[in-house]
Design a protein around this ligand. Structure first.
Ligand code: DX5
Ligand code: ZN
Length: 218
């Protein structure tokens, strides 16, 4: 059975002065999800945007909103993210002291619960929470910035995550340095959900569709 690959453009690399228009353009170009990188300047050394911006974008889009929280205390943001219109909320394993509690809170808000793993964090950390999550995000760069280089040694971890997931209905997402060249490596290792920022938004809008198609690989 072939599983179609979900492409989730990260608006971190979009023109922040034209975010609503940028989202519309990638939707027309074939984006499946919209990836929203929320950064607090503490967990990662960069600030991006939060719930008020997401709520504004929600007014003009019916796409699946995929929030990736790179923040020190994600528990405090879950209700805000739900109210802003997020469909999925992914938290970092490294920022959650009580991961089971955080994941339960996301599920109680009827959002898909995801866990992101920094490059040095092993997938085995998720063994005991697999039945409560709907997404594993394997970071293929150190989080915080767009435009970084894909860390090739993580391909093996994507394979391990695929093995751990088994038959469970869990998205296996990768994020960081995904391009036309690196996407096939991630897909071959078992990823079915690719986040891409620069590789899409660095192009002119009339090239978004061809960029998405090239990353999807068909
Ligand atoms: C990195 C973010 C990514 C980032 C990806 O911390 O989580 O979503 O926007 O950007 P590219 O695709 O440019 O590596
Ligand atoms: Zn991200």
């Amino acid at each position: 059975m072939s599983i179609s690959t979900i492409i989730a453009p990260s608006i971190l690399a979009a023109n922040f002065g034209e975010l609503a228009a940028e989202i519309k353009q990638v939707e027309i170009a074939g984006a499946d999800w919209i990836h929203l990188d929320v950064m607090d300047g503490k967990f990662v050394p960069n600030l991006s945007f939060g719930a008020p911006v997401i709520a504004s974008l929600r007014k003009n889009s019916s796409s699946y909103f995929d929030a990736h929280l790179m923040v020190e205390n994600p528990d405090k943001l879950i209700t805000d993210m739900k109210q802003a219109g997020c469909d999925g909320i992914t938290v970092h394993f490294e920022s959650c002291t009580h991961l089971d509690r955080t994941i339960s809170a996301i599920n109680e808000h009827d959002c898909r619960a995801g866990v992101a793993l920094n490059p040095h964090t092993s997938v085995e950390n998720l063994t005991h929470i697999l039945d409560k999550i709907g997404l594993i995000l394997v970071m293929t760069v150190n989080p915080g910035f767009g435009g970084q280089q894909f860390i090739a040694s993580i391909v093996n971890k994507i394979e391990q995550a695929r093995g751990l997931i088994g038959d469970r209905p869990i998205q296996l997402q990768v994020d960081g340095g995904i391009t036309e060249q690196t996407a096939p490596l991630a897909i071959a290792a078992g990823a079915n959900n690719l986040v891409a920022g620069s590789a899409i938004f660095e192009a002119d809008a009339d090239q978004y569709a061809s960029r998405i198609k090239a990353i999807r690989g068909k």
